[in-house]
Design a protein around this ligand. Structure first.
Ligand code: ADP
Ligand code: MG
Length: 492
């Protein structure tokens, strides 16, 4: 058997106006967990889609087990043992777990669909992975992490040799990510070669034996992971030295701008006390379900509270609606950027002016010139990469979508900005820019409340950290005393 299960030689693929893959060559060792990294737009997904028969390359070769293989359809690629869990899930939400796993290749018995066997096989797969999911459950009812596991089952169901995962952890919590890693390790130990795409560098070092870096469609290098370190990997990805991953600047704190006392929401939040000063970044750590997002929603008037008070600039407030909270100077960069942060089908400029209609109205009429002027200003200031101000948000990369959401609150002039997982699924370069923006905001005397599941980010960017568990605050750590261990201890 060949040492390499996959060899890619001189692969080139263009889209109108962009060469997504430019003469890319590298090989993946049999039985490896191989990382594929690069900033947004580097060409990772295009490479995977070409490998999977979704796109056809203009030139170059793909060899599987030493044999040239050009797949004209995803079906051909699957038959050859290539299975992909795509960045965007391809599950059918109204169908059951079993139906999804067997979609496209139902098991038959005497000409009839053999549900019994399929359910049994699905159950066995889940058992082997070690996850309990009801095989009859409708996929729409599952949380994201479990949907992903269904995707994996679906992918490995057809004797996969190479399992490709395109940013599988982008939406997972630390705990779920651990489960995913265990699954990958198990499958890998069983002989499966895994190609793993991720923005989270810790994962690369944790999980993979070799790593390929792409930049602007070109192959930068392929190396054993053990010969890499964080700094080297980052500079290979961004093509420049990134001096400081968490460029936190300390600002002198002003007055307490927001304070909550005894906030309660039955069964969800219990006696939450917190305050944040002007110039401060307050981090909120905790596992998913610990009440972090719920706390923010309660403060912002999105969810009702049963008890407690909220003071803004020393004055008691009660935001009955999110609208009122916005009016009073609060803003939210939400967790789910795709469905709550930007409106995908609206243009970049419309997204930016969305909560700022007053700013673009003169004499009762919306002024397109004003809308353009502001949008143009923020696109430039935040270095948002977009073809034009009229481009729909859905065409922007995750990092740039996130910047659009931030621009919206900047234009609004919000004083306290809540950011829920602000850099999830965002590449290192854009991350650094978002952190720089956060610095900029607090320098202007604003306050930021940041929820993050990435401990290095929480520790790197917060002045003070609250840790939550089961709807309660279990501890507070100053910037100086916070360590991953201390936070984890308070999380459980
Ligand atoms: P990555 O997955 O590394 O973020 P992609 O492979 O998605 O990068 O994109 C590489 C480049 O190709 C980007 O410039 C992107 O805008 C472009 N691109 C990707 N898919 C398409 C497509 N279907 N049509 C036009 N351009 C595309
Ligand atoms: Mg991608």
């Amino acid at each position: 058997m060949d040492e390499f299960i996959l060899e890619i030689r001189g692969l080139t693929k263009s889209f109108p106006g962009v060469r997504a893959l430019d003469d890319v060559s590298f090989s993946v060792r049999r039985g490896a967990v191989h990382a594929l990294v690069g900033e947004n737009g580097a060409g990772k997904s295009t490479l995977i889609k070409t490998l999977a028969g979704i796109y056809q390359a203009e030139s170059g070769e793909i060899l599987i087990n030493g044999k040239p293989s050009a797949f004209k359809t995803p079906h051909e690629a699957r038959l050859a043992g290539i299975s992909v869990v795509h960045q965007e899930f391809k599950l059918s939400e109204p169908l059951s777990v079993t139906e999804n796993v067997f979609l496209g290749h139902l098991a038959l018995k005497n000409g009839f669909v053999d549900w019994k066997t399929m359910r049994k096989k699905t159950r066995e797969m889940l058992d082997e992975i070690g996850i309990s999911i009801d095989v009859d459950e409708t996929v729409a009812n599952l949380p994201v992490a479990k949907k992903q596991i269904v995707e994996i089952c679906k992918a490995i169901n057809l004797n996969a040799q190479i399992l490709v995962m395109d940013e599988p952890s982008a939406t997972l919590t630390v705990k779920e990510q651990e489960i995913l890693f265990n699954i990958i390790r198990k499958l890998n130990a069983g002989g499966l070669t895994v190609i793993y795409i991720s923005h989270r560098l810790e994962e690369i070092f944790d999980l993979t034996q070799s790593v390929t870096v792409l930049r602007d469609g070109r192959h930068v290098d392929t190396l054993p992971t053990k010969d890499m370190d964080r700094k080297k990997l980052i500079s290979m990805m961004v093509g420049r030295e990134l001096v400081n991953e968490y460029p936190k600047e300390t600002v002198e704190f002003g007055d307490v701008i927001l304070e909550v006392r005894g906030l309660c929401r039955k069964g969800v939040l219990e006696n939450i006390n917190a305050r944040v000063r002007r110039g401060e970044i307050l981090g909120i750590a905790g596992l998913v379900g610990s009440g972090r997002t719920e706390t923010v929603r309660a403060i912002l008037g999105i969810d009702k509270i049963d008890a407690g008070e909220i003071c803004l600039n020393g004055e008691k407030q009660s935001f009955k609606t999110f609208r009122r909270a916005i009016k009073n100077g609060l803003g939210l960069v939400p967790e789910d950027r795709k469905s709550q942060g930007v409106v995908q089908i609206l243009a970049v400029k419309e997204n930016i002016s969305m909560v700022n209609i007053a700013a673009i109205i003169r004499a009762g009429i919306v002024r397109p010139a004003l809308e353009n002027k502001y949008a143009e200003e923020y696109v430039r200031k935040l270095r948002i990469q977009t073809a034009s101000l009229n481009t729909q948000a859905l065409f922007l990369s995750g990092g740039n979508q996130q910047k659009v959401v931030i621009a919206k609150w900047l234009l609004r002039g919000s004083d306290v900005i809540f950011m829920d997982e602000p850099t999830r699924g965002v590449d290192v370069g854009a991350k650094a820019e978002i952190y720089a923006l956060m610095n900029e905001l607090v320098k202007q005397g604003k306050a930021i409340v940041m929820i993050s599941s990435e401990l290095p980010e929480i520790i790197g960017m917060s002045d003070r950290i609250l840790v939550m568990h089961e709807g309660k605050i279990t501890g507070e750590l100053s910037r100086g005393e916070a360590t991953q261990e201390k936070i984890m201890a308070l999380c459980v």
